[in-house]
Structures are given as structure tokens and as C-alpha cells.
Design a protein around this ligand. Structure first.
Ligand SMILES: Nc1ncnc2c1ncn2[C@@H]1O[C@H](COP(=O)(O)OP(=O)(O)OP(=O)(O)O)[C@@H](O)[C@H]1O
Ligand SMILES: [Mg+2]
Length: 360
């Protein structure tokens, strides 16, 4: 494990937590699983173990959703995590794979250019030309590696993959077999193999899942955070741990700064103020929790490197404006309205109002 890696895989970053969970896990484990389903859920939601080890929460939200997701993976159905951008679909998928298989690296990124090879196998062409098709010349996809090792494979952004390529997954998921006609043989999945796919609500209609494929997945919808407090705690938690990884000096942003940014996001996202008194025009961007997290970590970096370490309204204003003004023309109207009717009038928000105005 290399300490200098910018972004450690979950199974490396949280190795001590996974080890501690495994050490005291008495419950039954499905074949090839590193942890029992209960321990996987504890890993995701956090908690204190009997041996005193603190498990940090990875997902903040409903326990039941995570129980359904984990239980699905213990059956012969695959798991589809669906939701609007920034609702932790990729994040949860990585942690599930890390906790269940100890390996979150078997990943296929879905794009319009994803080919069947990325889901099946390719060939080492030099070897193929020299010796013809052979087991050695075959280059397995992450999916095939997961089948061979009985692990979880991940498919990111499933609905961006062209429909005919998606259909490759049908046989794979129902027969748990990958035929290799060139060799006259096939690969049969080892117990423990399963698939987690993620898809974005916003891509709906791009390449709809065929109903045959849909039937092979259990869908879990990850919601946007229920309320202000929950969203604040997600942002606080993630900003603190990102800052640690990036080795940002000084202490993480004050909760009051986080509260204001998250409030702006929630109000503009829903088109109504938190007290439900005023309707607002909504900007075109998604204003996801993930973006609130980056506004805060940018602000923290600004304060640390160019300020006195204490985050001010000045440090969050630019990030905030960038997140709202996704379309510089269209989004100006809702932003201006928000500045003048909400921010300006709110107690204790004058500094933020002034900092945003100064950038305008
Ligand atoms: N409920 C939550 N609990 C913990 N972290 C969350 C939650 N919601 C969002 N996050 C954080 O938001 C960030 C972005 O999440 P992620 O990239 O997984 O989103 P996504 O749903 O895959 O978005 P996209 O559709 O854009 O791919 C992660 O750092 C994650 O920790
Ligand atoms: Mg994602």
C-alpha cells in the first residue's frame, strides 16, 4: 500500500476497520464474502465495535436502504443503484465491493464508447496473430476477473452504455457464464460473483435498460438527503476526511459556514426557502451534495493557503457562485433574485451577500 497515492482505494484506506470487523464477525457469511451482511452494513453506516474500534460512517442515510442493497448482493440478482447526481451511488458501490470482496477495483466505466470487450474479454493481438486464439492470448475484462475470483464487479453509469452492449450482461447475469466461442469453452462464475451497477436519473432515456436486463437487477434508489441537518452532517464528515487526505493545514470549516452553503444549495434546488415562505426561481444545475462538498473544500484550501486559515464568506463565495451559475446567461436570473431577496435580508448573512456581490 503506497501512502503517497492521492486517492487510496476504500479497502486500503479503511483496512483497519475492515480487519477489526472481520476479527469479531460471528455471523454467517455468504460464500466468498469477507464479512457477514450485518458487518457490511456496520461498515457502511458506522458504529462502535465491542473491541472498542470505531467504524466511521461512510453512508449517511437510511439503514434499511443499505440492508436491502447488501441482501440483494447475497442473492442471485444484481444491484442497481439509481439516483440523481451526487447521491453517493459510486461511493456506496465502491464501499460495498471493498467490504464484501476486499476489492473495489473491478470496475467498468460506462460510456457511449463502452464496447463488448470491456464487459467480456479482449485479445492480446500480437499473441493472437502469432499463435491463434488461446487461453493465454485472452485478455479478461474486470467483469471476467470478478467471475473467475468470485468477487463483486462494478459497472458505473450503466445507462450510458449502448443498448446492444448492455445486453451482454443478460446472459452473464442469468447464466453466470461467459461463453468464449473462439476457444470453444466458457467461464463459469465462482460463488461470490455479483454485479453492482450505478445509473443516473438524469441520463434517463439515453439508453434505457431493456426490460430483460431490468429483471436481473434489484433497484435501490439513493435519495437526496432528507433534511438540512442530515445534509450538513454529510458535508461536514466528507470535507473533514478529504482535508485529511489532502493534508490541508488548519482545522476544517466551521459548521456555521457549512450550514449556510448547504442552505443555499437546498433552497435553490427545491425552489423554496427553508421556512417555506418564499418561492424561488431554480437554476439549471443539479446543486448536489457532492458539489457542496467541493465548494467547502475549495474554501478551506483558499483560507489555508491565502488567508489566515479561518474560512470566511470570501472563501466560499466564488465556489458557491460557480456551482449555481452553470449556465452563465440562464442562471443569472435565479442567482440575482436569490442574492437580493434572500441573502441580503437574512440575519447574519450580510458578509456572504457582500462577498458574492463583490464577484458579480
Ligand atoms: N448520503 C451520503 N452519505 C455520505 N456521503 C455522501 C452522501 N451523499 C453524497 N455523499 C458524498 O458525495 C460525494 C459524491 O458521491 P458520488 O460520486 O458517489 O455520487 P454519484 O451518485 O455517483 O454521482 P454521479 O451521478 O454524478 O456519478 C461522495 O464524496 C460522497 O461521500
Ligand atoms: Mg457516480
Amino acid at each position: 500500500m503506497n501512502q503517497h497515492v492521492l486517492r487510496q482505494r476504500a479497502e486500503h484506506q479503511f483496512l483497519h476497520e475492515l480487519d477489526a470487523l472481520a476479527a469479531q464477525d460471528q455471523k454467517t457469511k455468504p460464500p466468498q464474502w469477507k464479512l457477514s451482511p450485518q458487518a457490511v452494513v456496520t461498515y457502511l453506516l458506522g458504529g462502535k465495535l465491542d473491541n472498542g474500534v470505531e467504524i466511521t460512517p461512510k453512508y449517511i442515510g437510511h439503514r434499511r436502504l443499505m440492508e436491502i442493497a447488501v441482501a440483494t448482493l447475497a442473492t442471485d440478482r444484481a444491484l442497481l443503484l439509481l439516483g440523481v447526481p451526487g447521491t453517493a451511488k459510486s461511493w456506496v458501490s465502491e464501499h460495498l465491493a471493498a467490504a464484501i470482496s476486499g476489492d473495489s477495483s473491478l470496475l467498468v466505466q460506462g460510456t457511449a464508447g463502452t464496447s463488448e470487450e470491456a464487459l467480456r474479454y479482449g485479445w492480446n493481438y500480437a499473441m493472437l496473430l502469432a499463435k491463434g486464439p488461446s487461453a493465454e492470448a485472452l485478455v479478461p475484462s474486470p467483469m471476467l476477473n470478478a467471475m473467475k475470483d468470485g468477487k463483486i464487479a462494478r459497472v458505473e453509469e450503466l445507462t450510458r452504455i449502448p443498448a446492444d452492449v448492455q445486453d451482454t450482461l443478460i446472459t452473464l447475469l442469468s447464466e453466470k457464464t461467459l461463453p468464449v466461442p473462439e476457444l470453444g469453452s466458457d467461464f463459469q462464475a465462482i460463488k461470490g460473483f455479483n454485479v453492482i451497477a450505478t445509473a443516473n436519473n438524469r441520463d434517463k432515456g439515453v439508453n434505457e435498460l431493456s426490460s430483460a436486463l431490468k429483471r436481473r437487477f434489484n433497484t435501490v434508489i439513493l435519495p437526496v438527503p432528507d433534511n438540512l441537518e442530515e445534509e450538513i452532517s454529510i458535508v461536514q464528515n466528507r470535507v473533514a476526511s478529504l482535508g485529511k487526505v489532502l493534508e490541508l493545514p488548519d482545522s476544517p470549516p466551521a459548521i456555521e459556514q457549512i450550514r449556510r452553503v448547504v442552505t443555499v444549495f437546498r433552497e435553490l434546488r427545491s425552489g423554496v426557502t427553508e421556512d417555506k415562505k418564499a418561492q424561488l426561481k431554480m437554476p439549471s444545475g443539479t446543486l448536489s451534495t457532492a458539489e457542496a462538498i467541493s465548494v467547502m473544500s475549495n474554501g478551506w484550501a483558499l483560507a489555508s493557503h491565502f488567508g489566515d486559515g479561518l474560512m470566511t464568506a470570501h472563501d466560499v463565495a466564488a465556489g458557491l457562485m460557480g456551482a449555481v451559475l452553470k449556465d452563465p446567461v440562464q442562471d443569472r436570473v435565479p442567482w440575482q433574485e436569490y442574492l437580493e431577496t434572500v441573502m441580503k435580508e437574512r440575519d447574519g448573512w450580510k458578509d456572504l451577500y457582500r462577498a458574492c456581490k463583490a464577484l458579480d
